[in-house]
Each structure stands twice: as C-alpha cells, then as structure tokens.
Design a protein around this ligand. Structure first.
Ligand code: SAM
Length: 352
C-alpha cells in the first residue's frame, strides 16, 4: 500500500456506504477532463476545470477545521470522493518523492503553507518527512474538499497547529510567511496571469523553500518552466531538479518530467475500473530556495537504459543536456549506475 495505512483506512471509511457507481462515473469525467486539459494548447491555458465548482464559496472565510460543519456535499460530491480514492494516492506519492529532496534540510521546515490544498495531500507527505513541522496553513477555495480533508485529519493525525483558509488564492494574498510554501497540482487550474500573480505572492511568503508540482505533461512542464523563469528573475536559487539557474535546455518537443510508481489498492482499482496492481504517475516540478542549495551537479532526466556492457544516462548538467555512456570497464561507476533511477541526482561527471 502506498498511502500511510491510517490515511488509507480513513479514506476507506469515508467511501464506505457511498454510491460507488456514482463515484466511478465521476472518476471517468475527471479523467476525461484531465486528458482534455493535457491536450490543451498552452495559449488556451485559461481553461479552469469546472469539476468542483458546485459549491458556494466564501471569500476570506477563515476558520479552524473543527468549526467546519458537514454542509451536505457528501451525497453529491462524487468528484471529490473519486479524487480521494484515485488521485490523492498518486499526488501523495509524488509529493513524498519531491519533498524528499529536502530531507537533508528537514530541521529548517518548521511551518508549511499549502496553496490549493485540496484534501490536504501535501501535509500528509510533509509530516512524514519534517519532524519539526509545527504550524500548517492550508488555503483552499472548495469547501467540500476542506470538509473531507478535515475529516481525514480528525480521524487519524496527531494534531499539528493546522488552519484551513476557505478562500480563493487571490483573495488570500498577501500570504503569511512560512518556511515551506507548496503549490501541488494547482498551476494548471489557473490562468497564466493568475499563475504569475500567485507564484509571486507564494515566493514573497517563502522563508526557506517553495515547491511547485504539476502533471508530467508538456502543458504541466510549460507551467513549471514559466514559474522557474519568473522565480529565478526574482532571485530564487533552484534546489531541484535543475543543477543550475541557467536557461532550461529542454526545448521544442522535449519536456522535463519524471515518473513515480505507486501500488493501487483494491479500492483504487475498484473505482478506477483497472486491473493492474500499480500505476506510474508522471510529474514535473521545481524546488527553489532563498539560499543557494543545489542537491546535485546533474540530474537523470530519462529512464536509464541498459545496453550490453553499458548504461546510457541522459543528464541535465550545468553545461546543458549530456548523454553519459557508463561502460562496465568503469568499475565503480558502472556498479553505481545499476542503482540509479530516472529523477535521481546523476553521478559526478569526473567519475566517468
Ligand atoms: C488538483 S487539486 C490538487 C490538490 C492537492 N494540492 C494535491 O496535490 O492533491 C487542485 C486544488 O486547487 C484548488 N484550487 C484551484 N484554483 C484555486 C484558487 N484559485 N484558489 C484556491 N484554490 C484553488 C482546487 O479547488 C483543488 O482543490
């Protein structure tokens, strides 16, 4: 099982007694919308999915989770329940992998501002990685998601100091400063102009690290690349995946993305109407910091390939994209290459 078992059981409990065929139907609609969105031209990027927009919104409605009442969306929020069962496991795994790049800096992550929090996915990953995390703020405009997220935390977690802001991101600006600020699978739901505005405000609120994650599609990468350019212009240092702040060498039809495998639980398979026991979630991301801190000198940007007596590693380096052929004759490096995966920091080139 990929999710923490306590979270999985809390999701199972929420889905129990729900109309599974309604959730499956909502899942089909959700998948179709994601596919349509992935195919959308970058220039048409102001489309915002309508899937969660059946709820009333309150601007600047700031409340503690325990004060949120059941507002009756459980009976007709099949889209959100389908997100819980089929998307949250994938976004959780990706967040865990991406935030893992900060594990050496874990003691600096004392507070978290999660923008577009959905059911609180990022917090679940962050609390596994950052033991000093004390204060968490989640901004989410969808009241139904806040309700579900609150239930998940109530059922399971040791309470941190958590505050949900029921607000659109724009209306919540200026954000309060936090050590770590995250935007996970949100940029694609914003217009380009709003993205620029929100990325700017997110960076202003960042005391240490700002993490942005999108689906690993050309469109998702384009959003990350735009944000990367903007943040570097504002003085941010890239922690990962890029080992430099120079212009991104991924051009034309190339896009920088990675892949995270996750096990599908029986509930996940049931709602997704899928038989395979796992899936590979593709993602693009960037982590920037207030201080210079690259986590590597190169990054493996394609799945390593194994030929006869050699490995082929495609790397992003400070000198652009490079292909490294690691022959069996290199001994130590060849043995090391056997364990390297797509997305890992690459070997030092002078080891070759
Ligand atoms: C795809 S979900 C991602 C949820 C979560 N961050 C995750 O990684 O699983 C996108 C979330 O962003 C929220 N969102 C999108 N645009 C928003 C905005 N302008 N203001 C506040 N929330 C927004 C949506 O309501 C939704 O919950």
């Amino acid at each position: 099982m990929s999710l923490p078992s306590s979270l999985y059981h809390a999701i199972e409990k929420i889905l129990d007694a729900q109309n599974l065929s309604g959730i499956r139907q909502a899942r089909r609609v959700l998948t179709q919308r994601y596919h349509d969105l992935a195919k959308e031209k970058i220039s048409d990027a102001s489309f915002i999915p309508q899937r969660f927009q059946d709820v009333s919104r309150t601007k600047h409605d700031v409340r503690h989770p325990n004060s949120l009442k059941d507002e009756g969306h459980m009976g007709n929020d099949a889209g959100r329940l389908s997100y819980l069962a089929t998307r949250m496991p994938a976004t959780y795994e990706v967040c865990l992998r991406v935030l893992g790049a900060l594990s050496d800096q874990a003691n600096r992550v004392t507070s978290l501002l999660d923008l577009g929090a959905g059911p609180g996915t990022v917090v679940w990953a962050a609390q596994d990685l950052f033991p000093n995390l004390e204060q968490v703020t989640l901004v989410e405009e969808d009241r139904g998601f806040i309700h579900l997220g609150t239930r998940l935390f109530d059922e399971t977690l040791e309470k941190k100091h958590m505050t949900w802001l029921n607000s659109s991101l724009k209306d919540a600006i200026p954000f309060q400063p936090h050590a770590l600020v995250t935007l996970s699978y949100v940029l694609g739901e914003l217009s380009i102009a709003d993205q620029e505005y929100i990325v700017n405000a997110g960076w202003e609120a960042t005391k240490e690290f700002f993490v942005l994650i999108e689906p690993g599609t050309p469109r998702g990468f384009e959003r990350i690349k735009q944000a990367r350019h903007q943040l570097i212009q504002q003085g941010a240092f890239v922690v990962a995946p890029c080992p430099h702040e120079a212009a991104c060498p991924m051009v034309d039809k190339d896009w920088c993305h990675f892949s995270q495998r996750l096990e599908r639980t029986s509930l996940h398979r049931l709602i997704k109407e899928a038989s395979l026991a796992y899936e590979d979630e593709k993602y693009s991301y960037i982590i920037v910091s207030r201080n210079p801190l690259h986590d590597s000198l190169s990054r493996i940007v394609r799945k390593p390939r194994h030929g006869s007596g050699h490995f082929i590693l495609d790397l992003c380096t400070r000198d652009g994209l490079k292909r490294l052929i690691v022959s069996r004759k290199t001994g130590k490096l060849y043995r090391m290459a056997r364990h390297l995966e797509w997305g890992d920091p690459g070997p030092k080139l002078d080891d070759a």
